[in-house]
Design a protein around this ligand. Structure first.
Ligand code: MLT
Ligand code: ZN
Length: 494
């Protein structure tokens, strides 16, 4: 005997009510309009959605959430759709509604004395950065996807990126926050206070919650003075140990000057050179590994260049750095950064790849890279480890590109073996399986193993208290209650 399929639910009434609240432009239901919202940047997930909502402001979103809750319809918030872990993609049930934040895209003010910016969730990060720069300041958060990524998503995932080494993750930049809660109530926390010890710091609950506890609508961001002197160098090093030694050399002299300290493997750099138009390595010889270091200061008379030249000269004398080039102009700075920023794109073009966004204590980065490289090469001969990332804060993207003599599908069928191999080493080094990309729908199965016991139980209690119907971004972060590891993802890993 076969069980009867559940009768499809008719959502006509809900969609009519949503159109009343959001206006006709605020509710998309045609397949062609919805499709782009149902696939992630990496092409790992292909979901379906009942509709895409485009609220123009917080009140409209609040009303829409109340309606979805009344009809028991799950909601998936989506900003720039740049998640590496499927965090903003609906499942394939066709029951979920995507909430697109793009119309909430105003910068509501910049205060030069407080050095703060008030932004709405749908403002692209790059637009916010540019506005800060035009006001003579800097928004110190920089990620490869900043042209598309939106502030709401950046905060909801506690994005890290290139400047974490100096300014911290998104979490550290948020003074105040507004969010729509799972019952449609609005959390009004748009305060701009450096000191505010009035109970729990609720804003921090939403930062990094990946849209599972509330949808961030507005935020007050702490800005920094605009740099007056900036120096960027690309350095060839023998290995990650050399890169760490160079980091320590800069840090010992003046940690406050290090704006970014990025590591790149020779393999990853070769892919960028080969596959990204306009990218060209400005060194005489390719090297086993590279560092891109950026120093910056708001002081106009700091002689940063002299300082950087001195550290690099010492490092060359000691054999830590074998070759180096310093940017002579803003154009050259952009070109050097391009070699780093295009790593993810080059790896996408190189075929199938498995990503491991991991972190370890900074002193253990060389061991992570050496051990994980060896272990993955033993696991799959011909595999191309191409680790890169934010060495200064211990976050390495231990990405692996398929062997040239293996099909992409055959390689991706081994994704879990690869992830587990890397994860075992990361755990041994007291690291984390998700440094800055989040858990999304790719890695909930790891949560039980890594964050089990009281930690996951506490998270579940918080989730149940705020979202008892589990309607806000379900299927993200949390493994099913009776968790067994999910089967291997269709492709790749982050
Ligand atoms: C980066 O730092 O470029 C991103 O996190 C991308 C990636 O991990 O592939
Ligand atoms: Zn990164």
């Amino acid at each position: 005997m076969t069980a009867a399929a559940p009768a499809p639910v008719d959502h006509t009434r809900l969609l009519e009510q949503l159109a009343d609240v959001l206006g006709p432009a605020g509710v998309l239901t045609a397949a062609d309009d919805i499709d782009p919202f149902c696939t992630d940047w990496r092409n790992l997930y292909h979901g379906r959605a009942l509709a895409v909502l485009r609220p123009a402001d917080t009140d409209a979103l609040s009303a829409a959430v109340r309606l979805c809750v009344a009809h028991g319809v799950p909601m998936v918030p989506q900003g720039g759709n740049t998640s590496m872990v499927g965090g903003a993609t609906p499942d394939d049930s066709g029951r979920e509604i995507v909430i697109c934040m793009s119309r909430m895209n105003h910068i509501r003010g910049i205060d030069p004395h407080e050095m703060t910016m008030e932004v709405e969730a749908g403002v692209p990060l790059k637009v916010a950065q540019d506005a800060a720069r035009d006001a003579g300041m800097m928004l110190p958060l920089s990620i490869s996807s900043e042209g598309s990524a939106q502030m709401g998503g950046v905060l909801a995932t506690n994005a890290g990126g290139n400047n974490t080494v100096r300014y911290g993750n998104a979490r550290e930049l948020v003074l105040g926050l507004e969010a729509v809660l799972p019952d449609g109530e609005v959390f009004h926390g748009l305060r701009r206070l450096r000191k505010d010890n009035t109970g729990y710091a609720l804003r921090q609950l939403f930062v990094g919650s990946e849209g599972t506890l509330g949808f961030i609508t507005r935020a007050i961001i702490q800005l920094q003075p605009a740099p007056k002197e900036v120096e960027v160098a690309l350095c060839a090093v023998g290995d990650a140990q050399g890169a760490l030694a160079l980091f320590s050399a800069f840090r010992a002299l003046d940690p406050a000057l290090i704006q970014a300290f990025e590591y790149m493997s020779g393999t990853g750099m070769a892919l960028v050179n080969e596959l990204i138009p306009g990218a060209a390595l400005p060194l005489e010889q390719p090297a086993p590994a590279y560092v891109l270091v950026e120093l910056a200061t708001p002081r106009p008379d700091a002689n940063l260049r002299e300082f950087m030249e001195g550290v690099l000269a010492d490092a060359m004398e000691n054999g830590i750095v074998t070759d180096a080039v310093m940017a002579e102009s803003e154009g050259q700075r952009t070109n050097l950064w391009k070699l780093r920023e295009e790593h993810a794109e080059a790896q996408k073009r190189a075929g199938a790849s498995v990503k491991n966004d991991v972190s370890v204590p900074v002193s253990r980065v060389p061991e992570l890279i050496a051990r994980a490289t060896r272990a993955c090469e033993e696991l799959i001969p011909g595999i191309r480890p191409a680790p890169f990332g934010h060495l200064g804060d211990g976050n390495i993207h231990f990405n692996l590109v398929q062997p040239t003599d293996m099909s992409g599908d055959a390689f991706l069928a081994r994704a879990h073996d690869i992830m587990d191999t890397v994860a075992d080493i990361v755990r041994d080094l007291d690291g984390s399986f998700s440094a800055e990309h989040g858990v999304g729908q790719l890695k909930p199965y790891m949560m039980a193993e890594w964050r089990g016991g009281a930690e996951l139980a506490t998270m579940r209690r918080i989730k149940a208290a705020l979202d008892p119907l589990n309607l806000m971004n379900p299927g993200k972060i949390f493994p099913p209650a009776t968790s067994v590891p999910a089967s291997a993802p269709a492709s790749g890993a982050a």
